[in-house]
Design a protein. Structure first.
Length: 238
């Protein structure tokens, strides 16, 4: 029974985003929809010696565009972000293991569109560092029709989804009855059970970029995202 998630691409998203990816058979990037300001599309948070800091990709102020149409006018932000990441994590236990990938991503590539940056990091982190086997696709592959939930349902039906996994924030606009009528089972992701890990600079913070998990935990990263649940399941929840 095919389980699918459909989400907009985010910039260096937090661990919950990758938890959703790992929980489905097919993950569909939903970037041919309205770009939203002050969201996670072009920014995220990192934990630094100076506290929680935002790293934001400058995209201008035009709101009348889709995510896939958001152009990056220059690449000055790339060196800036890499500098901030080094400042925050250069002393982290596993910084050296991941340094070459991130340094190359910020200093050797010239990104033209926001969605390209987002997908590059998401797919590579999923496959190379977290061992996720989920298939990735683009919503445009399914020629969606309609608007709002009707458009989402179009993507799901054409993808052959039998289950749809959604983040809890979507509860405010998803009509669950429509899923019942369509025969697609709706599931809500629960983010409440993540264990804490060794994280410097004060009080533990869950809602930071995935790079915080990678640099601080390294090869054990997947355990602190979904592996702890699998272990509990094997031991009967004890």
């Amino acid at each position: 029974m095919k389980k699918v998630a459909v989400l907009q691409s985010n910039y260096l998203p937090w661990k919950g985003y990758f938890d959703i990816i790992n929980s489905v058979d097919l993950f569909i990037f939903y970037d041919d929809v309205q770009y939203t300001k002050n969201d996670w599309r072009n920014r995220n948070r990192i934990k630094t010696p100076g506290g929680i800091k935002w790293i934001t990709v400058p995209v201008g102020t035009n709101l009348k565009r889709r995510i896939i149409d958001v152009e990056l006018k220059d690449n000055k932000w790339q060196n800036s972000h890499w500098g901030k990441i080094r400042w925050a994590y250069s002393k982290a236990p596993y910084f050296k293991e991941f340094r070459s990938f991130f340094e190359e991503s910020y200093t050797k590539y010239q990104w033209k569109y926001l969605y390209e940056v987002n997908r590059y990091f998401i797919i590579n982190i999923s496959k190379k560092f977290l061992g996720i086997k989920t298939e990735f696709a683009d919503s445009r592959d399914y020629n969606p029709s309609g608007a709002g939930q009707e458009r989402l349902m179009s993507v799901l039906k054409k993808s052959g989804a039998k289950y749809y996994l959604s983040g809890p924030s979507a509860k405010k606009y998803i009509n669950e009855d429509e899923f019942k009528k369509s025969g697609i089972m709706l599931e809500w992701k629960d983010y409440s059970d993540y264990p804490e890990y060794e994280q410097p600079f004060g009080k533990f913070e869950h809602r930071v970029s995935i790079i915080d998990v990678l640099f601080n935990i390294g090869p054990k990263a997947s355990y602190y995202i979904w592996g702890h649940r699998e272990e509990k399941a094997k031991t009967g929840g004890t």
